[in-house]
Design a protein around this ligand. Structure first.
Ligand code: F6R
Length: 611
C-alpha cells in the first residue's frame, strides 16, 4: 500500500526510480509518479512524470520525455483522499519542493484552510499537498530546508512517511517517518530511500531503518538522522537477506498460482524450522514468558492472518488448556482491552507492517504484555518491535491474496500450541510425537491436494456463475470456511459468506435455494456427524452442496445429491492447514474463469499501512 523510493545518486536516476517502484508493486497501488531535480546552475528545477493506473503507464510517460537528473523520488499511490487520477498522483510539488507520502495526515483540512487563507493555491484533493505547501510557506519565510522540516513535522497529526526534494538543494533529499516504515540504503557514493528493503535490494544490501519520529537528510556520502526532538542519532546498518533479483512467476500465469504451488516446499521449510524431526519434538526458541504462569493469551491480526489466529485458538485451548482471546486488530486497538498482569500477546502478520496490527502491538506493549509475533518479513516493523519473532518461511508473497503466508502461519501456530502444551504439562511425550509427526506429513498432503487441482478447476466453472456462495465448517474448519469466503470474494468479486455450520439455522438458512452453492469443509473428525446433519438440512431445502472431505468422510456421509471432492486422509489436528489449499484453488480458478486481476484484485493492497 503506497510505496516510496528515493535516490541521491552519482548518475541519472529516472530509470532506477521506476525499477524501485516495480519492486514495490506487490504492495498494491492505483497510480505512480516520480520527481527529479534537473540541475540548472544554483537552483535546480523540479520535473515530474505521473500516471494513473499501472507502472507501465508511468514508464511510457518517462520514455516519452525522460526527466534528467541525479536526485529523485518516486511513489506508488493507493488512493485515500481523492480518486486515483494524475493530478492526485504523487509527487506533489510547488516550484520549491516535491514530496511523496505514505499514510494519512489526519489534520490536513485545517492546515489546508490555513494555507489557503494565506493565499496558497492547491492543485489536488490529497492530504499530501498540504505538506508541500507548508514547507514552501516556511521556505518563503527564509528558512532552510532543515528548518522548514523541523517546523512542519510537529504540525502534522497522523501516521506517515515522506520524502522531499528541495529545488535549491540539488545535493540532498529529506525524509521522515511516523508509524509508516522507511529504510535508508547505503551505496558507494550514493544514498537510497525506500518503504522497505525490497525496494532497495537491487541497489544495496546495506540498510538502516528509521525509528518512530525520526527524520533524516540524505546526501551522496552520508545520512544525517535526527530523532523526534531534533537530536542527531545513529541507527544501526544491517545487511539485508533479500535478493536483488525480482521475484518472477516462473512457469505460472499468476503469482498467486505459483505461490499456491510453492506450499509443499515452504510449508516444509517452516515445519523444519519449528520441529526437531529426529527427536520428534517441537523446537522453538525460548518464549519471552513462562507459559505455565499465563492466565490467558491474546492473539491479534487482520484478514487472513486473523483466520490463522482463530484456528490457533482451537489448538491452544484444546492442547494447552490455556484460555485464548482472539481479535481483529482494528477492533482490538480501540476497545481499551483489559490485559492480565504479566500477560502475553501474539501478533500474526505476513507483511509485519499492517498498521492496525502494529497499533495493537503497541497498545499491548503499553499494558506491559510480552510480545510474540508470527511474521513473514523478518525486517518488518512488527518483527523489530517484538520480544520474540517466530518466522514463517514462506519467502516473498507477491500475489495480494495471502496463500502460502497463511499455511505457514498455521504451521508456526500449531507448533506454538504444542510448545505451550508441553510447557504446561497438558500433553505427554507420546502425544507430542504424534502431533509432530502429523505436522511433518503436511507438505506431502498439500502436494496431493495440488495433484487433484483439475477437480477444483472443473468446479470453478459452475461457481463462477453464482451470485452468492456460502461456506460452512465446524471446529477448526469454521475459520477455513471464513477464509474460503474471503478468498472467493476478494479474487472473483462473488459475494460469499463463511459460517459456523451450527449457526446456519440462526439466519443464513434463509438464503438457501438452488442458486446458492454451499461449500462444506468437512474432514471426518469428531464433529463430522454434526456437520453431516447440517448438510442434510441444506439438501432438504433444495440447496446445492459441495463437500470437501476425505474418502472415509465421503463414505460416512453416504448421501446422494451432493458433489464431493476427496482430499487426502489427514490427522484432524493438521486438517485446517491441508484444507486451506482446496479453498485457495477454488477461489483462484473461479477468479481465472471470471477474468479478474488475480494478483492485484481491485481496491486491495498487499501491505495495509492505513487504518
Ligand atoms: C487476504 C489477505 C489480507 C491480509 C491482511 C493482513 O487474502 O491477504 O486479508 O491477510 O491484510 O495482512 P498481514 O498478514 O500482512 O498483516
Amino acid at each position: 500500500m503506497c510505496g516510496i523510493v528515493g535516490i541521491v545518486g552519482r548518475a541519472e536516476v529516472a530509470h532506477r526510480l521506476v525499477e524501485g517502484l516495480k519492486r514495490l508493486e506487490y504492495r498494491g497501488y492505483d497510480s505512480a509518479g516520480i520527481a527529479i531535480l534537473r540541475e540548472n546552475g544554483v537552483n535546480a528545477q523540479i520535473e515530474r512524470r505521473r500516471a494513473a493506473g499501472k507502472i507501465a503507464n508511468l514508464e511510457a510517460a518517462v520514455a516519452a520525455e525522460p526527466p534528467r537528473g541525479r536526485v529523485g523520488i518516486g511513489h506508488t499511490r493507493w488512493a485515500t483522499h481523492g480518486a486515483p487520477t494524475v493530478s492526485n498522483a504523487h509527487p506533489h510539488a510547488t516550484d520549491r519542493v516535491a514530496i511523496v507520502h505514505n499514510g494519512i495526515i489526519e489534520n490536513y483540512r485545517e492546515l489546508k484552510d490555513e494555507l489557503i487563507a494565506k493565499g496558497r493555491r492547491f492543485e489536488s484533493e490529497t492530504d499530501t499537498e498540504v505538506v508541500a505547501q507548508m514547507l514552501t510557506d516556511y521556505l518563503d519565510q527564509g528558512m532552510s530546508a532543515e528548518d522548514a522540516m523541523a517546523h512542519t513535522m510537529p504540525r502534522l497529526v497522523g501516521a506517515f512517511a515522506f520524502a522531499v526534494l528541495f529545488a535549491d538543494r540539488s545535493d540532498i533529499l529529506v525524509c521522515a517517518r511516523r508509524s509508516s516504515p522507511l529504510a535508508i540504503g547505503y551505496g558507494e557514493g550514493e544514498m537510497y530511500l525506500g518503504s522497505d528493503a525490497q525496494a532497495l535490494a537491487a541497489m544495496t544490501k546495506r540498510i538502516s531503518y528509521l525509528e518512530e519520529g525520526d527524520w533524516a537528510v540524505l546526501a551522496r556520502d552520508r545520512a544525517a538522522i535526527h530523532d523526534a526532538s531534533g537530536a542527531a542519532v545513529e541507527r544501526p546498518i544491517r545487511t539485508t537477506e533479500l535478493s536483488g533479483a525480482l521475484v518472477g512467476k516462473g512457469n505460472y500465469r499468476h503469482y498467486m498460482e505459483k505461490e499456491i504451488h510453492e506450499q509443499p516446499e515452504v510449508v516444509g521449510y517452516t515445519v523444519m524450522g519449528t520441529i526437531d524431526a529426529n527427536a520428534r519434538a517441537v523446537k522453538l526458541p525460548k518464549l519471552p514468558f513462562d507459559p505455565a504462569q499465563l492466565s490467558r493469551l491474546t492473539l491479534v491480526a487482520c484478514g487472513t492472518a486473523f483466520h490463522a489466529a482463530l484456528i490457533a485458538k482451537y489448538w491452544i485451548e484444546q492442547l494447552a488448556r490455556l484460555p485464548v482471546e482472539v481479535d481483529i486488530a482494528s477492533e482490538f486497538r480501540y476497545r481499551a482491552a483489559a490485559m492480565p498482569k504479566g500477560g502475553a500477546a501474539v501478533f500474526v502478520s505476513q507483511s509485519g507492517e499492517t498498521l492496525d496490527t502494529l497499533a495493537a502491538l503497541r497498545y499491548c506493549r503499553s499494558q506491559d504484555q510480552r510480545i510474540l509475533s508470527v511474521v513473514n518479513v523478518p525486517e518488518s516493523t512488527i518483527a523489530r518491535e517484538s520480544d520474540l519473532v517466530l518466522r514463517t518461511l514462506a519467502g516473498p508473497e507477491i500475489g495480494v491474496a495471502s496463500t502460502k503466508a497463511f499455511t505457514t502461519q498455521l504451521v508456526v501456530l500449531a507448533s506454538l500450541a504444542i510448545d505451550l502444551a508441553r510447557a504446561r504439562g497438558t500433553i505427554d511425550r507420546a502425544r507430542e510425537m504424534a502431533l509432530v509427526d502429523a505436522l511433518t506429513h503436511v507438505p506431502s498432503h498439500i502436494a496431493a491436494v495440488l495433484q487433484s487441482r483439475a477437480r477444483f478447476k472443473a468446479l470453478s466453472h459452475k461457481l463462477a456463475e453464482a451470485r452468492d456462495v456460502l461456506y460452512l465448517g465446524r471446529g477448526t474448519s469454521y475459520p477455513i470456511a471464513l477464509e474460503g469466503a474471503l478468498k472467493l470474494k476478494e479474487l472473483s468479486y462473488i459475494h460469499a459468506e463463511g459460517y459456523a455450520a451450527g449457526e446456519m439455522k440462526h439466519g443464513p438458512i434463509a438464503l438457501i435455494d438452488e442458486d446458492v452453492p454451499v461449500i462444506v469443509i468437512a474432514p471426518p473428525d469428531e464433529l463430522f456427524e454434526k456437520t453431516a446433519s447440517n448438510i442434510q438440512e441444506v439438501i432438504a431445502r433444495g440447496g446445492r452442496v459441495v463437500m470437501f472431505s476425505d474418502a472415509k468422510g465421503i463414505e460416512r456421509f453416504g448421501g446422494t445429491g451432493i458433489d464431493a471432492i476427496a482430499t487426502p486422509a489427514v490427522d484432524p489436528f493438521v486438517a485446517p492447514i491441508v484444507y486451506a489449499v482446496p479453498v485457495q484453488l477454488l477461489a483462484y480458478h473461479t477468479a481465472d474463469v471470471k477474468g479478474t486481476d488475480v494478483d492485484q484484485p481491485r481496491n486491495l493492497a498487499k501491505s495495509v499501512t492505513v487504518e
